[in-house]
Design a protein. Structure first.
Length: 170
């Protein structure tokens, strides 16, 4: 249902998104979602490592050999806010166009080198954007908010705080 609604957010002619396809991504939107989620994953696993937690022991995602469940759990709070909104924005604001992608027959769609650089620049801009952290009241970048949320999660797990409070963004 979420991705059905998400698909209606693309305002640029020629950009279509029917459903989420991960392996391999078969269209430009899925390619950017996969890349964005991987970049976000790296930010979250870094924050989890900073607090000294095992990235494989999560609660929402099932435990499976090689699956960093805790990282995937803590990413959920940020997927739509950071990656999904970024993907909508780069197409709707024409920061990336369909010319920034290549696809040969049934092979997965890929970003060109130029398209990849453009997306990384936009991702970093998003990660450096300042927002008010709901617990501290400080203006923090998204990257710093993720770190603060992971520290907050650690305090809850250690019994230093009563309950986890996710970021609520409007």
């Amino acid at each position: 249902l979420y991705f059905d609604g998400f698909s209606r957010g693309f305002l640029v002619e020629g950009v279509h998104f029917e459903k989420r396809v991960r392996r391999p991504p078969k269209d430009p939107v899925n390619a950017l979602l996969s890349l964005g989620y991987m970049l976000l994953f790296n930010v979250v696993i870094s924050a989890v490592s900073l607090v000294g937690f095992d990235p494989y022991l999560g609660t929402l995602h099932s435990l499976d050999y090689g699956r960093p469940s805790l990282v995937l759990d803590l990413m959920e709070e940020w997927r739509s806010v950071i990656v999904d909104s970024l993907v909508l924005g780069v197409f709707n604001l024409k920061s990336l166009t369909l010319d920034d992608f290549t696809q040969v027959q049934e092979l997965p769609v890929k970003l060109t080198d130029t398209g990849f650089r453009k997306f990384i620049i936009q991702f970093e801009r998003k990660m450096n954007q300042k927002i008010t952290h709901h617990l501290t009241g400080q203006q923090l970048s998204y990257r710093d908010c993720i770190r603060e949320q992971v520290r907050h999660f650690a305090r809850v797990i250690r019994g230093e705080e009563d309950r986890y409070q996710p970021m609520i963004l409007r």
